[in-house]
Design a protein around this ligand. Structure first.
Ligand SMILES: Cc1cc2nc3c(=O)[nH]c(=O)nc-3n(C[C@H](O)[C@H](O)[C@H](O)COP(=O)(O)OP(=O)(O)OC[C@H]3O[C@@H](n4cnc5c(N)ncnc54)[C@H](O)[C@@H]3O)c2cc1C
Length: 373
């Protein structure tokens, strides 16, 4: 079989790429190892539409987050994908944290996020009676989205453009042939194997995308494509509805490993706390939530959520971030690379697509299409 464009992975990024790419390209296939789309990181996240506040200036994360957020809101409105532009508060609970707010605001402004507003402690209480802060930054353009409905929309759009979805099909390796052409080796759950050729290949395999890249012969150590797994656990807050109306974030950790335990709401009004940030040295798909972490979540969130009780917290779910850095390393950007320079034209690798990958997904798709010949 000879395919035009093959996309590996039916997470939100692969689906966005399929929907967008099939507008211009014919004979597009999506290959997914699970039996349905969106079974991995894309359904194990906070479902926040990020404004683009924290990312390093001129990074892909900053640029694609801001662009993606604008595209997402327009898409949600036009296509009736459930979302809420609920806004978020970044709360400082003491003078030291308050001093950080100015640098956050400056970084955001540099990224094109110009709508952050300073709030006094009294203004915070008026907006959120159960939240304590000496001051805060309010981000009106942060929101939440029903991520499954977004993915369903991308699938429907792709199918309208005749994209073929092949589920339960594991890509074992990719063999570059001469010219823009690749032989893809796949395996089905019954052990049967198959191979096909494709002209263009977009590697959106999330947690496995570095391994797919390695199978083409790219040295992932030399090119720094190696991904590291970082688990993020969530606890739900049980007497939830009505307790908060905005997303509440602490001032982020100085180590760049996460945004700190924050309180989010989802489209059904459920309040949850998280995620924390746990390095998984073995790259294991460990989605367990350790109930013993309840106290840590409580202590972190109680700093700003005054009414919270330890008994309100119940272990919920976990996701895994594919980061390009190990503990202590500097924060890294997304890698979205067309590989002509490595002798593999028409191959686009997407590596390290952690947060804000959901927000950025429609902008990532536009970017990938521009990279394809
Ligand atoms: C805890 C947590 C919180 C987050 N919160 C947010 C947030 O609030 N807002 C935000 O914007 N972003 C957030 N993110 C980031 C966001 O969820 C991800 O960036 C996004 O979901 C990545 O999508 P993806 O399609 O690249 O990966 P995935 O969803 O992992 O999809 C990859 C797909 O590839 C398939 N695959 C892998 N290997 C193979 C193979 N060999 N053969 C065939 N198929 C294969 C997998 O089965 C999977 O379906 C968060 C992430 C985490 C972990």
């Amino acid at each position: 079989m000879d395919i035009g464009t093959t996309i590996i992975g039916a997470g939100v990024v692969g689906l966005a790429v399929a929907a967008r790419c099939s507008q211009d390209h014919k004979n597009v296939f999506v290959i997914e190892k699970n039996e349905k789309f969106g079974q991995e990181t894309s359904s194990r996240n906070s479902e926040v539409i990020h404004a683009g506040i924290y990312y390093p200036p001129n990074s892909l994360k900053a640029r694609l987050c801001v662009e993606g957020r604008q595209l997402l809101y327009a898409l949600c409105e036009a296509r009736r994908i459930p979302f809420r532009k609920c806004g978020k508060l970044i709360v400082a609970i003491n003078k030291t944290e308050e001093d950080f707010l100015a640098s956050i605001e400056a970084k955001a402004r540099n990224n094109g996020v110009e709508d952050l507003q300073y709030l006094s402690g009294d203004q915070v209480v008026r907006m959120e009676p159960t939240v304590r802060a000496v001051s805060a930054l309010f981000s009106p353009s942060t929101g939440i989205i029903h991520s499954h409905r977004l993915m369903r929309y991308f699938v429907a759009q792709a199918q309208r453009n005749n994209v073929q979805f092949v589920y339960r099909c594991l890509v074992e390796r990719v063999e570059p042939l001469s010219g823009p052409r690749y032989r893809v080796h796949v395996r089905y759950p019954d052990g049967q194997t198959e191979k096909f050729t494709t002209r263009y290949l977009v590697n959106c395999a999330g947690l496995e995308s570095d391994r797919i890249a390695a199978s083409t012969g790219i040295d992932v150590h030399v090119h720094q494509y190696e991904q590291f797994f970082w688990k993020g656990e969530y606890f739900s807050v049980v007497p939830a509805p009505g307790t908060i109306n905005h997303l509440i974030y602490p001032v982020p950790l100085p180590n760049n490993e996460g945004l700190g335990i924050h309180a989010t709401i989802d489209m059904s009004g459920r309040v949850k706390l998280g995620p924390n940030t746990i390095f998984l040295p073995q790259r294991s798909y460990d989605y367990t939530v350790d109930a013993a972490h309840r106290k840590d979540f409580f202590v972190a969130a109680r700093r700003y959520l005054t009414g919270l009780q330890l008994d309100d917290l119940a272990p919920d779910y976990a996701g895994i971030r594919p980061k390009l850095q190990k503990p202590g390393d500097a924060v890294r950007d997304f890698i979205i690379q067309e590989e002509s320079a490595k002798g593999m034209p028409g191959l686009v690798n997407l590596i390290g697509i952690e947060s804000p990958g959901l927000t950025a997904s429609p902008a990532i798709a536009e970017h990938v299409v521009r990279l394809l010949p």
